[in-house]
Design a protein around this ligand. Structure first.
Ligand code: AMP
Ligand code: GLY
Length: 420
């Protein structure tokens, strides 16, 4: 197949690596990509957020499938435009992507579909915020309504900090005050063709910057998959996946279809396993980053076939995707100053040595080549990904490899998957 992958993060590198690893050889194009993706795909110069640029390239180059990684092109209507020209696109329409882009929309869909989620109140003024905070009690959860790259949410015991966070976002629109949900988090991905869903394997993301879940929220500092503790609580991982498929994914996909916005692409359910059952904290309309980096290496069948089947309305009758029993761990290397103001432009050394560790590969995020140097160009720089028969080995491999990489001021967590 001739496949165009849009995006520039480690998630997109993971997608490209999975496609590249298939037995069938594909022609893979990527825009804008990064230094890692450039090793595994042909980089094309086009604006991934421009529907006209993407469809123009896809038509001129006989692209069979467009895979949209990040949310920005979805919100810009790239998937709509590509499908209008008769080319399969893996990624929801602008209308369906509101499931991620608007927390208020997501809450309404969940309510209509009867999906379990935390209680929430929309507040337009600081007085409304204060009243809602006091009604729910601490810990306080305040969310900006739009896309905020993982930074629009605060969870805090400090009422003043919750108010201050709301004050930052109120000028851009209402904020959501939500009931705090206690319990471990799970990210579960579903492929959807607008009508049917197929679950992938669960993963857990580490959203806080520092060890022990200290520090600010980030886009994600590490992840692991599968989640052995799910079997203890639900009897088996499959039982958990069945439950979420029936109680969350299928009703939401049905509701979007009924409302005339069928969801074609990846439905990301962000869940909390509370004592009162599994509840949704958020949906995303795309693969998660860094969870994708640990889910796709365990996928035991060709990714391209699954993505194409979803993009062309052909999931019916397909069996659930199979995964290996391997354990996968990823650790994110971030620049000094991330998530606030990352310091960029620094040289990254030791990546070859890191990749020489058995079972380890790197998924690049914010990297660029300059002569012989690899340069960090953003907040989350790269992911070390390790796959092994046990979590202990996967962790050892990941941290052995991370220890070989040098980036001045680089930050990473040392406790990823430690409890797995
Ligand atoms: P979100 O952008 O909605 O995924 O929120 C980012 C992170 O904040 C989540 O991954 C959770 O760790 C935390 N969070 C969000 N909503 C809640 C909630 N209602 N209760 C507890 N933690 C939450
Ligand atoms: N890892 C969280 C996200 O992709 O939104």
């Amino acid at each position: 197949m001739r496949i165009l992958v849009l995006g520039a993060g480690a998630r997109e590198h993971a997608i490209v690596l999975a496609l590249r690893g298939e037995e069938v050889r594909h022609e893979i194009f990527a825009a804008p990509g990064n230094a890692g993706i450039a090793r595994d795909a042909t980089i094309v110069e086009l604006d991934p957020d421009s529907p006209a640029a993407v469809t123009g390239f896809a038509l001129a180059n006989d692209i069979d499938l467009v895979v949209i990684g990040p949310e920005a092109p979805l919100v810009a209507g790239v998937a709509d435009a590509v499908r209008e020209r008769g080319i399969p696109a893996f990624g929801p329409s602008r209308a369906a992507a509101r499931l991620e882009g608007s927390k208020a929309f997501a809450k309404r869909i969940m309510e209509a579909a009867g999906v379990p989620t935390g209680r929430a109140t929309r507040a337009r003024t600081l007085d409304e915020v204060a009243a809602a905070l006091d009604a729910f009690g601490a810990p306080h959860v305040v969310k900006a309504d739009g896309l905020a790259a993982g930074k629009g949410v605060i969870v805090t015991d400090d009422r003043d900090a919750a108010l201050a966070h709301a004050e930052t976002y109120l000028p851009t629109g209402p904020v959501l005050i939500e009931e705090f949900l206690a319990g471990p988090e799970v990210s579960l991905f579903f492929l959807s063709d607008g009508d049917r869903v197929l679950p992938l394997s669960p993963a857990q993301d580490f959203k806080r910057l520092a060890d022990g879940d200290a520090g600010p929220n980030t886009g994600g500092m590490g992840a692991y998959s599968p989640l052995p503790w799910l079997a203890e609580r639900f009897g088996s991982e499959a039982a958990f996946v069945d439950l979420v498929t029936k109680e969350v994914a299928e009703p939401v996909i049905r509701q979007l279809d009924v409302e005339g916005s069928p969801f074609i692409g990846l439905l990301y359910a962000g869940l909390i396993v509370t004592d009162a059952g599994v509840k949704v904290i958020e949906f995303n309309a795309r693969f998660g980053d860094p969870e994708t980096q640990v889910v796709l290496p365990r996928l035991d069948e060709p990714l391209s076939e699954l993505l194409l089947a979803a993009a062309s309305g052909r999931l019916e009758g397909r069996a659930r995707p199979r995964f290996t029993d391997d354990k996968a761990v990823t650790v994110v290397l971030a620049s000094e100053g991330y998530p606030g103001r990352p310091l960029t432009g620094r040289v990254i050394e030791g990546t070859d040595a890191a990749e020489s560790v058995a079972g380890v590969h790197l998924a690049h995020a914010a990297t660029r080549v300059d002569g012989d140097d690899l340069i960090a160009t953003g907040g989350r720089v790269l992911n070390v990904v390790a796959v092994a028969p046990t979590f202990a080995e996967a962790r050892d491999r990941a941290y052995d490899a991370m220890g070989r990489i040098a980036l001045e001021g680089g930050q990473f967590r040392t406790d990823i998957a430690a409890q797995a």
